[in-house]
Write a protein that binds this ligand. Structure first.
Ligand code: BEZ
Ligand code: FE
Length: 285
């Protein structure tokens, strides 16, 4: 097509991709092109703004590597990761999904129900328990609970050379009642990394980088849909303003303070300690 104008360039690009064989790829790319063109026209994007956007993408690529993905962090802080979670969540119910984040490690150590993760960690002792069930309420035996969380300094083990390997992360199998239980320290609120392009973007937008205290879980069981989610402290000061939009009402729980010495002894923790309960519901495939 010659004589391209603001009025016809979008259709020219759509025409250029008409040979895309995969129908879903064609649908997605056509829509992306239309939305991007509409956006450029809507804001009357300047040359300098286009250059700034390209520089953002370039810097994002430069800082991204095997241990850090700034593209994912961009998606997270713009709410896109959460929107994808919400769109793809099970319409029939079950535990809501939430962002995976960059600190998950596959294959962390297997521990027994009742494991105590505290070791040398500082922080407030917390006993966490619950069940894994089907949507119909049947317990799922042998489901794998994969957990990871921050230490008291707000860092995950794989961000912090001073923490031992597998610190505050594990995998555990549920028993015949679908039950899991572990003792840990209360995770703390922390900031997502701000030393890259995402930090510049948050500054520009006048936003902070904090995430409210949360436990990360991956829950899987044969014949059931895998669940990646987070469980939040409902009393955290950032619960209403998570920088990556991961909080859902159904994923917030109280950290109940228990002062009874007898209860503390039962779980082998110092008193007082927090008690957290959360049940997972998995969709059957
Ligand atoms: C996290 O919770 O680990 C996380 C999630 C999204 C971006 C950065 C960190
Ligand atoms: Fe996290």
């Amino acid at each position: 097509m010659k004589n391209l104008t603001e009025g016809n360039i979008t259709e020219a690009v759509i025409e250029a991709i008409k040979g895309t064989k995969d129908p879903r790829a064609k649908e997605v790319m056509s829509s992306l092109i239309r939305h991007l063109h509409a956006f450029v026209k809507d804001v009357r994007l300047t040359q300098a703004e286009w250059e700034a956007a390209i520089e953002y993408l370039y810097d994002t690529g430069q800082i991204t590597g095997p241990t850090r993905n700034e593209f994912v962090l961009t998606s997270d802080t713009l709410g896109i990761s959460s929107l994808v979670d919400i769109i793809n969540s099970n319409p029939d119910g079950g535990t809501e999904a939430s962002v995976l984040g960059p600190f998950y490690i596959e294959g962390s150590k297997m521990v027994e129900i009742g494991a105590n993760l505290i070791g040398d960690s500082e922080g407030e002792p917390t006993v966490v328990s619950g069940t894994v069930r089907t949507l119909g309420g049947d317990p799922i035996e042998g489901a794998i609970i994969d957990l990871w969380q921050t230490a008291a300094n707000g860092l995950y083990e794989n961000q912090d050379p001073d923490q031992p390997e597998n610190n505050l992360r594990f995998r555990m199998r549920t028993n015949k009642d679908g039950y899991y239980q572990f003792t840990t320290i209360k995770p703390v609120s922390y900031k997502v990394p701000t030393d890259g392009p995402v930090g510049r973007m948050l500054d520009l937008q006048g936003r902070h980088a904090w995430r409210p205290s949360h436990l990360h879980y991956k829950v899987s069981a044969d014949g059931h849909r895998n669940l990646i989610t987070e469980v939040f402290d409902e009393g955290d000061e950032y619960i209403e303003e998570d920088s990556v939009f991961g909080v859902r009402q159904s994923l917030t729980v109280p950290y109940n303070l228990v002062t009874s010495e007898e209860e503390a002894e039962k779980y082998g923790v110092a008193s007082p300690f927090h008690r957290v309960e959360f049940d997972f519901e998995l969709e059957t495939l």
